[in-house]
Design a protein around this ligand. Sequence first.
Ligand code: HEM
Length: 193
Amino acid sequence: KTKEQIKGYTYGEVAPSPFTLNDLELLKKTVLFSSEDEQYLRLAGEVLRDQVDAVLNLWYSFVGSNEHLLRYFTTNGQPDLDYLAAVRDRFGQWIIDLCTRPFDQDWLNYQHEIALRHHSAKKNQTDGVNSVPIINHRYIVAFIYPITATIKSFLGKKEHDTETVEKMYNAWFKAVTLTAVLWTYPYVHTNEF
Ligand code: HEM
């Protein structure tokens, strides 16, 4: 699907993030995210581009086989298949965006939008569903590990040497950590983030 065909994908069209680019620089330093990582993220984007569906199949089977996670996609206790499908398209776009978009003001703004979409502030609104009202904060943090660990085998599928795969993997790990941190913003008391 092209970006225009992804329902609810509003990159570049959302409200400004309360978090500043200056603070983002300090956060990048804190996770040791360098310009080399930026290059390896771009490479990861090329490697992952035609594997997005396979990655999503893996992640969705993980969520689907865990009742405590699938819960967040249920309506009246039943998995909401339309909701799962709509989010899947945006999730796929996110994989590519994370690897290819510059971490500029638009990127920061969309991170905040995604944060709100996990939080009670905005969950369910984009897809007009009546699912559970919030994804609990602990799972946002915990997801860093599965979202990172599962990507490695996909990064290794295009015949790059071990060192290159390792560099793409670390760049991905840092980028996922950064985004997960930004997505906790609405869950934290004002001035405590
Ligand atoms: C939405 C990724 C944690 C369930 C999304 C989207 C992405 C994403 C890319 C779509 C954003 C958009 O609308 O453009 C991630 C990542 C996570 C994470 C990278 C952690 C590092 C979780 C957890 C759950 C979850 C722990 C619980 C099962 C959902 C749901 C939506 C969503 C239900 C739809 C929210 C809505 O109603 O708009 N996630 N997610 N996510 N995610 Fe996550």
